[in-house]
Design a protein around this ligand. Structure first.
Ligand code: NAD
Length: 313
């Protein structure tokens, strides 16, 4: 038996066509949601992520702009830029791409984003809204994971869910969302004792630890749904051979590009045990961008609901 593959690209396309229909409706009311993405410095991965986010907006007809600031940008300068965007009427969403250079106080910058425009859902106000189940903006990757589960017909209510990772942007919010959907949730982290045994209790296992291919069959309950959030690059032939030796496509990709992607899960080991699994690439990743589009449209709606246009005197 081999696990069912949960195809993130297909789910992303479904969501994007729903967003597109909603955008048409908004356009009829004269509203065009707008997203501003701030990129500081020259991190190559961030450069690709931000370009893809803007491209995805353009493909749907969301207004978007990318503000690129030098590696040497100071916290104060960034705060001024964020404030400008907070004030601009045509901007509904502001995304500050992480990680920021080390001289920047990231927490201060994230706190400066107007919570109503915080499409990443990282502001404490939005995290508080999530905790207390109030309407707000939910972090994109955790929201995307829930979409994968729901749209693939994976039951959540009453199930045991185990989340590996307790970060503010993935582990904690996904655990809250699973709990709000009535799963019984365990959060594991780097100090968890006998991690494989705890993970084997999960009907749903979410791996968000950022350790290439660490989750093997011994972590997985037979038939469980495995959601692989991690993204790591393998650049050494020995590593690629360890994970993908029988996989001609991957070996070829590595030969051509000198690198290949892997998640936190060792797919060859886990596939025969799991009931369903998200691949890397093509699993959780595509959903993260799709949910950013959803959040931008949501922010446009929420902001207008909270601040109705002034009645002309
Ligand atoms: P993080 O480094 O902030 O957090 C990692 C968490 O994993 C920590 O809570 C830590 O306690 C735990 N951990 C680390 N090593 C562990 C171990 N050996 N055993 C058990 N727990 C361990 O990372 P993050 O920002 O939450 O991201 C996690 C991974 O997800 C990264 O690979 C990141 O690139 C990826 N990611 C992917 C997407 C996407 O769109 N697919 C989005 C965000 C993050």
């Amino acid at each position: 038996m081999s696990a069912r593959i949960l195809n993130g690209n297909e789910i992303r396309d479904q969501i994007k066509s729903e967003v597109s229909a909603e955008l048409k409706q908004l356009q009829e009311s004269g509203i065009r949601p707008g997203l501003a993405v701030i990129l500081v410095g020259n991190n190559p991965a961030s450069e690709i992520y931000t370009r893809n986010k803007v491209k995805s907006c353009e493909s749907l007809g969301i207004y978007s702009e990318r503000l690129i600031l030098p590696e040497t940008t100071k916290t104060e300068e960034l705060l001024i830029r964020v404030e400008e965007l907070n004030r601009r009427e045509e901007i509904d969403g502001i995304l500050v791409q992480l990680p920021l250079p080390s001289q920047v106080d990231s927490k201060r910058v994230l706190l400066a984003v107007d919570p109503q425009k915080d499409v990443d859902g990282f502001h404490p106000v939005n995290l508080g809204n999530l905790l207390s189940q109030r309407p707000g903006l939910v972090p994109c990757t955790p929201a995307g994971i829930l979409e994968i589960l729901k749209r693939s017909g994976i039951p959540i209510e009453g199930q045991r869910a185990v989340v590996i990772g307790r970060s503010d942007i993935v582990g904690k919010p996904v655990a809250l969302l699973l709990m709000h959907h009535n799963a019984t949730v365990t959060i594991c982290h780097s100090r968890t004792r006998d991690l494989p045994a705890v993970c084997r209790e999960g009907d749903i296992l979410v791996a968000a630890l950022g350790k290439a291919g660490m989750v093997t069959a011994q972590y997985v309950k037979p038939g469980a749904t495995v959601i692989d959030v991690g993204i790591s690059q393998l650049t050494q032939l020995a590593d690629v051979e360890r994970f993908f030796s029988g996989n001609a496509k991957r070996m070829e990709e590595f030969e051509k590009k000198g690198a290949t992607l892997i998640g936190d899960v060792d797919p060859a080991s886990v596939m025969p045990v799991a009931g369903a699994i998200t691949p890397v690439p093509g699993g959780v990743g595509p959903l993260t961008i799709a949910m950013l589009m959803v959040n931008t449209v949501r922010a446009a709606r929420l902001r207008r609901a909270a601040y109705p246009a002034p009645v002309p005197s």
